[in-house]
Design a protein around this ligand. Structure first.
Ligand code: MN
Length: 251
């Protein structure tokens, strides 16, 4: 296949101005990553992504996923995204395509139940998700009415299958109750404030490098060792203080 799967993605973005990765051209791997990014752009939505043949197949779900089989959620098919974008959490500058805050809301792997190529083509994909917030069987079904397709947007439904992970009657609560990043533990506002910005006066390489180093700094900050002395050290300190008090009271 010679067509570039990410052609549409690239066409919409100017990579001298945005921190989103440009994406590998070749199918670098054949992984099965699954992820959801909570995206506060002009309208809040949840970007549902399944890795397939070197790209992230993508749908924007305005109301987010539900664990209730009776609660079907509209999922608007969007352009394939590069695998690297699946690790992105941070801010896209205002005025740029998708400008706003992006939170990694769920991550894991997915497994097709039937032939996935046929599923994507026929508009009926059955699969199992192994995520941190979503689990079990799901289906993505393209709607027959093609009012959306005429505008280049396909309307699908994300439907939870009936299984032991289903939560009839309360599956819709997930989106409202889980408000932190599965990756960093941060809330949307914190992500917008704390994640590094892209500087358009620097090269793409320099920006990617800076994002990576910012990630390392954040990881070091989160590690308990960097924040407080080791438990043993703290224990020694406490014992010394006790001895000191004892000496004081006996003198
Ligand atoms: Mn989005």
């Amino acid at each position: 296949m010679t067509t570039d799967r990410l052609e549409h993605y690239r066409a919409k973005r100017d990579f001298t101005r945005t921190s989103e990765p440009p994406g590998a051209r070749k199918d670098a791997r054949n992984g099965n990553a699954y992820l959801i990014q909570r995206h506060e752009a002009r309208n809040l939505h949840f970007d549902f992504r399944l890795e397939h043949e070197g790209v992230l197949k993508s749908w924007a779900i305005p109301r987010g996923p539900s664990m209730d089989p009776g609660d079907k959620r509209l999922a608007v098919r969007t352009e394939d995204h590069p695998i690297e974008y699946g690790a992105f959490e941070g801010s896209i500058p205002k005025g740029q395509y998708g400008g706003g805050t992006v939170m990694l809301w769920d991550e894991g792997t997915w497994e097709p139940v039937e032939d996935p190529d046929e599923g994507f083509r026929e508009g009926k994909l059955k699969f199992v998700i192994h995520g941190k917030r979503l689990n079990g069987g799901f289906a993505l079904v393209r709607l027959r009415s093609d009012t959306g397709r005429k505008q280049g947007k396909e309307n699908w439904l994300l439907i939870k299958e009936k299984d032991e992970h289903a939560r009839p009657g309360e599956g819709g609560d997930l989106v409202e109750s889980q408000l932190t990043s599965i990756h960093s533990g941060l809330e949307m506002e914190e992500i917008a404030e704390q994640q590094p910005e892209w500087h358009s006066n620097e090269s793409v390489e320099a920006n990617v490098k800076r994002l990576k180093s910012a990630k390392r700094v954040a990881a070091a900050r989160r590690s308990p060792r960097a924040r407080s002395p080791s438990p043993r050290k703290a224990e020694r300190k406490a014992t010394a203080a006790k001895k000191k008090r004892k000496r004081k009271s006996s003198s």
